[in-house]
Design a protein around this ligand. Sequence first.
Ligand SMILES: [Ca+2]
Length: 378
Amino acid sequence: MRVRTRSSAIIGTICLVASLALTTASADEPVAPRQAAKVTLKEVATARNPTAGTAGPGGTIWIAERAGTVRALGDQGLGEPVLDISGDTTTDGERGLLGVAFDKGFAHFYVSFTNLQGTSTVDEFAVRDGKIQPDTRRTVLTQTQPYANHNGGDIAFGPDGYLYIAFGDGGAGGDPHGNGQNLDTLLGKLLRIDPSGAKPYAIPPDNPFVDDPNAKDEIWAYGLRNPWRFSFDAGTGDLLIGDVGQSAWEEIDWAPASSKGGENYGWSRMEGNHPFRGGTEPANHVPPIHEYDRNGLGCSVTGGYVYRGTAIPDLRGQYVFSDYCDGTLRTLQMENGKVTGVGDLAVDGGSVVSFVQGGDGELYVLDLGGRVSRVDPA
Ligand SMILES: [Ca+2]
């Protein structure tokens, strides 16, 4: 039995915890609640344990299924697999096919999965005329995993044209290897690479740690536990990360489009805004823009997207996210990286494992149980 809390659509103005050096403790002006968006979930397909998706060529949505297949959703529904790597992955622990992405112009398709040894792997395929070219497959990047959980695995191209890869801290519990704060490992990080710049990939010259011999050049941001889903705001270019908490606090992290990278999101010295197991707050800690505890709102945050579609005008500019354990679709209203209102859309997406943003900006919700739903106006 899942514990569920239905909050009112707009809880109202909230003030962020003002305990952090980066936060100015000013009395925020109250913000008038906006008209709550009225939505419904329109089931558009049933997939087999969908885990991730991305906008594809020709207005399609490409859906990754955990066991290793990818299928395209179009006007005729969900087609036969356009890719099958099920012989190269397993679904034990938190493993499987975990992320998919196209580069600009749909020239290449990328898959992020754990291989038969559990190693996180990002592979590339060339795409011609909207079709994957299987014989062009190559491995871009790998990362061995000490445990079967916290693989992260989401991938997406940023507005800068670089490929971002999210990796969890390696797993077990409490980050036993201290990977989150260790700049000499790719675990517990958000990476930024240029897969077209060299083989297997190039490092963007303005990555934040390229001049630090003790830090991996791929790192864009660090201090992450299990950044299961992240996205870029299609309107502003801002980065939003849903970082799954250990046992107490689920969080949403944020960086502006103008960021030069190098953000330290705190794990495992901090869980959300709270010192973790006696940890001290890093001086450069970037606190979450939003956190919630596990007293009813869920147990594992699923990051989503800032809505930039046209079908639901009242939802425009709001960040839509959910929780795997409580599939209520929730919203953040934001101004310049500050949350000015939290609410929910009063619809249940099931075991929400991921969101997908269509090429038209409309949002889809993936229920690991199979349902693929579009967020439609009610
Ligand atoms: Ca954090």
